[in-house]
Design a protein around this ligand. Sequence first.
Ligand SMILES: [Zn+2]
Length: 72
Amino acid sequence: MVTSLYFLFLFLFLALVAMIAQSNNSEKYYSDLDIDEWDCHECGYHVQVGNICIYCNAKKQNNIKTDHANAK
Ligand SMILES: [Zn+2]
């Protein structure tokens, strides 16, 4: 009787942890997509939302490439 109660609480605890981890991951996913600001490499426009420049439709470049360009 005591052990079955223990497993029930353990299961509920694991389910709660899984739900919290899932919601945290989705928040992180959206923040990476929408809140990241960057400067367009084509026209220099400072894009605040999204991965595509609204002025010239240029796609966002990776940070690794910009670091490499700065090193030149
Ligand atoms: Zn642009």
